[in-house]
Ligand binder design. Structure first.
Ligand SMILES: [Zn+2]
Length: 122
C-alpha cells in the first residue's frame, strides 16, 4: 500500500515535471517583452502580445533598420547596413541569440532574459 502511494507521488512529480518543461518550451509569455537598444540605451520597449502587425524604421546616421512585427514576432525586415547580419538572423526566437546590427549599433532582444531569471532565483 505504501509502495503504491510512493509510485503515485513519483508519477505525479514526473508528470508535473513534464508539464513544467512543456510550459517552459511553449509558453510565449517569456517571449513577449522585447527591448530594442542602441549602445545599451533602450530605444523601444515592446510587448509583442499587444503589438499589431506593423513595420517601422529606426534611423541611424545616414542609414536605417526597418523592423517588422508580425503575429507576435519581431525581426529586421530590411537594413541599410553593409553586412545584413541583422536581416539574415530572421525572427527573434531565443533569449540567447539577440538580433544585432553592429554597423548601426542596434540590438533587439527579449527583455525577459537574465533580469527575470535573476529576480525569480533571488
Ligand atoms: Zn545590420
Amino acid at each position: 500500500m505504501k509502495q503504491r502511494v510512493l509510485i503515485a507521488v513519483a508519477a505525479a512529480i514526473f508528470a508535473a515535471g513534464i508539464v513544467g518543461c512543456l510550459l517552459l518550451l511553449f509558453a510565449p509569455s517569456d517571449h513577449n517583452k522585447v527591448l530594442i537598444r542602441r549602445d545599451g540605451e533602450v530605444l523601444y520597449s515592446l510587448d509583442l502580445s499587444k503589438e499589431t502587425n506593423r513595420t517601422f524604421v529606426i534611423p541611424y546616421g545616414g542609414s536605417s533598420n526597418t523592423i517588422e512585427i508580425r503575429d507576435g514576432r519581431i525581426r529586421v525586415l530590411e537594413a541599410e547596413c553593409p553586412d545584413k547580419v541583422c536581416v539574415r538572423t530572421g525572427w527573434l526566437s531565443s533569449s540567447a541569440i539577440p538580433i544585432v546590427c553592429l554597423p548601426n549599433h542596434l540590438e533587439i532582444s527579449f527583455a525577459s532574459g537574465n533580469d527575470d531569471i535573476d529576480a525569480v532565483a533571488e
